[in-house]
Design a protein around this ligand. Structure first.
Ligand code: 13P
Ligand code: SF4
Length: 312
């Protein structure tokens, strides 16, 4: 399923032109996650996975503000890394249910239970949770980050599925918080089996937020941007994609001669799809949805994110 807004091509082009005009006037930079709607990805200066977006946010020096098309924790990560520029979340109601499954008080309680454990948080967490962690990770670097810590025990929050995948790649003892992504969880092992039977020649690329019996069926377990690189460089011609369907837009534009099949039509993140062109324009016009983080929290969260960037 391709998710687009209910506009004609002309209306989309007009909205995009108005956004780009205003972007020039404001000297803004627009960044977008790989799951955003195609017409939103197309107006962005940069589209990427969580790790690339963090790196990019840090590098922004020649723009006056950052317009973030994605979900709340991603814009927050940009604000943690780039405190001198306003970061505006294009759609203020776009959150991540997995990030909301743990708060700082929950994590402090778990840390008391496992005092010897190194604490690794997935980037899909609030700034307040990041502030409680030793180091942050994304789906692109999680195993490497866990391996970088001296601790034998690792408390991993909040994604139990990513945590389980890491546990298959490390000898460390992984203690997993029971969070999960509601979107990736919808993909059942039988559905992926059926997709593989329908396309036996295709290479199967799976995001580690999927449940373990889906991940087990993968030819490669990758972050969203790693999937794009893999598809571009692989000699294979077709791929079954087990992640949010927004990625197909970039896959098709970056590997136009190859064929991509989404593993299930249920792989749509409603939060990622909330950001529409009208919201981007309104946010820029009204200068709304600015991310504000208390400075003491930001500084502690920054430590965890910068440690990750140094290792990765
Ligand atoms: P990546 O793009 O970093 O692989 O993350 C996927 C995701 O679900 C972000 O919310
Ligand atoms: Fe959160 Fe899952 Fe949506 Fe990513 S795909 S933003 S983890 S709910």
């Amino acid at each position: 399923m391709v998710v687009t807004s209910a506009h004609t091509r002309e209306e989309i082009a007009e909205l995009q032109a108005r956004i780009l005009e205003l972007k020039r006037k404001l000297k803004a930079v627009i960044v977008a996650h790989n799951y955003q709607r195609p017409e939103v990805q197309d107006i962005a200066d940069f589209v990427g996975d969580s790790l690339e977006l963090s790196r990019k946010a840090k590098e922004v020096v020649d723009a006056k503000e950052i317009i973030f098309c994605g979900v709340h924790f991603m814009a927050e990560t940009a604000a943690i890394l780039n405190p001198t520029r306003p970061v505006l979340l294009a759609e203020g109601t776009a959150g991540c249910p997995m990030a909301d499954m743990i708060d700082a008080a929950d994590l402090r309680e778990w840390k008391e239970r496992y005092p010897k454990a190194g604490v690794v948080c997935y980037v899909n967490t609030t700034a307040a949770v990041k502030a409680e962690c030793d180091i942050c990770c994304t789906s692109a670097n999680a195993v490497k980050i866990v391996e970088s810590l001296p601790n034998e025990e690792i408390l991993f929050v909040p994604d139990q599925n990513l945590g389980h995948y890491i546990s298959t790649k490390t000898k460390k003892k992984m203690i997993l918080y029971p969070g999960f992504c509601i979107t990736h969880k919808r993909l059942q092992a039988e559905q992926l089996l059926r997709a593989k039977e329908a396309h036996p020649e295709a290479v199967v690329l799976v995001h580690p937020e999927c449940v373990p019996d889906v991940v087990e069926q993968a030819d490669a377990v990758l972050s969203t941007s790693q999937m794009i690189k893999y598809a571009r460089e692989s000699p294979a011609q077709s791929f079954v994609i087990a992640t949010e369907e927004g990625l197909l837009h970039r896959l098709k534009s970056e590997a136009p001669n190859k064929t991509f099949y989404i593993a299930s039509n249920a792989l749509v993140c409603p939060n990622m799809k909330r950001t529409k062109l009208e919201a981007v324009l309104k946010t820029m016009e009204e200068q709304r949805n600015r991310i504000v983080i208390p400075e003491d929290v930001r500084l502690r969260a920054l430590r965890a994110v910068e440690r990750m960037l140094a290792v990765a």
